[in-house]
Design a protein around this ligand. Structure first.
Ligand code: FMN
Length: 205
């Protein structure tokens, strides 16, 4: 038995609760920007993913019109900072609706460092920064999907093993439903099976 849900019968908040509880776990883009007047901004966004690898494009959705979107429209630049478990408190605090003109870096006490290819600052303690130039935006209802061309990536040496970012060292946070957050549990390696090697479905056992 399944319970059926018709989106047309839901109000916005009701279907939001269903979507965010079931599209899980979502990675968190901790997005830093700078306004035209030079005020730095920082906010978490979990409607986030890779849009394309070649060229490298990241995407996230801004719900409504908040400072992050305004700044990106003004400057055409942003940084996606990786959200590690140990910074959960600060990440959540930067989601506070501080007034326009207040920098979350200052208000929350997040140390910044300059970007290499963009004017937006990076989060110094985050192990990965993707510096992006705005590619395009796409509107759906009250939301704007922002696509950013990655022009530079900076990864902390401490999270690398043999030249590759290591999940156990990065310890990503994720967003679940309600006010739930996730951390990385069991990590399994499962190799992709080429058709030439396919021996039937027994491997699922
Ligand atoms: C874990 C987490 C994920 C969030 N994801 C999103 C998101 O995907 N899109 C969005 O618009 N707001 C999201 N928010 C809310 C924004 O971070 C919040 O509205 C913030 O104040 C926006 O800041 P700004 O005005 O500086 O852009 C999220 C909040 C949290 C705590």
């Amino acid at each position: 038995m399944r319970i059926d849900f018709d989106p047309a019968q839901f109000d916005r908040q009701g279907f939001y609760r269903l979507l965010t509880a079931t599209v899980v776990p979502r990675p968190i883009a901790w997005v830093s920007t700078i306004s035209g007047e030079g005020v730095a901004n920082l906010a978490p966004h979990s409607f986030f993913n890779i849009a394309c690898v070649a060229p490298p494009v990241l995407q996230f959705s801004a719900v409504g019109r908040k400072d992050t979107l305004r700044n990106i429209e003004e400057t055409g630049q942003f940084v996606v900072n990786f959200a590690p478990e140990e910074l959960a408190g600060q990440i959540n605090e930067t989601a506070t609706d501080f007034p326009h003109g207040v920098s979350e870096f200052d208000a929350v006490g997040v140390a910044s460092e300059p970007g290499l290819r963009v004017k937006a600052p990076r989060v110094a303690a985050s192990p990965v920064a993707f510096e992006c130039e705005l590619h395009s935006t796409l509107r759906f209802g009250d939301s704007t999907v922002v696509f950013g061309r990655v022009v530079h990536a900076a990864v902390a040496e401490e999270v690398m093993t043999d030249g590759h970012p290591e999940i156990r060292k990065m310890r990503p946070l994720s967003r679940l439903g309600k006010d739930e957050w996730g951390t990385t549990g069991d990590v399994r390696e499962i190799s992709r099976i080429r058709y030439a090697d396919w021996q039937g479905p027994a491997a699922g056992a």
